[in-house]
Design a protein around this ligand. Sequence first.
Ligand code: PLP
Length: 394
Amino acid sequence: MRLANRVNRISVSPTMAVLMEAEKLKSRGVDVVDFGPGEPDFATPEHIKAAAIEALAQNRTKYTASAGIMPLREAVCGWHGEQLGSSYEPAESIVTVGGKHAIYNAVSALIEEGDEVIIPAPYWVSFPDIVRLAGGEAVFVPTKAASGFRLRAEEIEPAITPQTRMVIVNSPNNPTGAVIPEEEFERIYELCRSHGIWLMTDECYSHFTYGAARPYSIASVRESKPHLIVIGSLSKTFAMTGWRIGYALAPKPLIDAMIKIQSQSTSNPTSIAQYAGLAALTGSMDSVPVMLAEYARRRARILAGLSAIRGVSCAEPSGAFYAFPDMSKRLVNGSGDSMILARQLLEREHLVVVPGDAFGAPGFLRFSYATSIERIEEGLRRLDHFFAASAAAT
Ligand code: PLP
């Protein structure tokens, strides 16, 4: 079959192979410990679900404006201003089918053949492929485990060329959990401004920070607006991954271009999900600290468990719900990659982890701790067993 070239530029996420094997085992009734999921294991709060039910009862089941219903655009701007200190008008906002779709729309509106987009590694799997789909080239800038994967402006600078159009940052980060310190974020913004390139900031984990880290947006620096694209999502903050509501905040001409693209693709995000989103952004946020406290407990447990394994080191994540240990000293036969290790953990221990190769970081594994403390304990037991058994075999 002759497929369009753009399809050959991208690949199905390499994480899928391991996750599909895991699904097969689960369907056979095997007790799988799953550190794979990139989504909260909490239920969507009741008042948000009730708003969707009410929207159904009110027959709010028709097309909406492409950019989303106006009360929701207002709520996005209001919420972001209140929580993260920005100052956007509804005309500078768009509601999308999840945060991923907001990234897709913005990249489609700005990037074309010959453009370069700088993406710090380890990176969330979709960034490079969304850039490639648009015809752009992803240029990776490695961040180091030794400095907690915290991105520095000086690491980006050498990668800037006359073709660079955008830098994509994600803090708190998936997969490392790293949070960029506020002063450094300002330096990154200043670097983008001085080179006339866009800074896209993916804030999808903004409200899951630990220790001294706090929810922060570079959009709180008012002058940043002309160079900034803020990407947000209700998926993680409100445990709403399946509802598919995200947003972007950006200068109006860019938002208008994104609305144009959206109007010729999805038309609008699902109407009833938008009403649920409205309840999320205007209602009680009591569920957020409850989730955060539970994630903090799990984080402490998994970090203690991982660092107790000989040869494994794990930079302390300041945000999100992932641990990203360096397993390179424990790779099978001292060589191979973390794909092989992930496969062996699945086959021998029925333990699901995502290999770092997927995120541009071979030698690492991603453990999501969006699972119960009991399952974390069980997973750590299996990990210990795996390494004890492999030590005995050599
Ligand atoms: N950005 C990052 C860094 C993510 O990890 C995810 C989801 O895992 C998303 C964006 C997209 O989330 P959604 O499309 O559900 O809003």
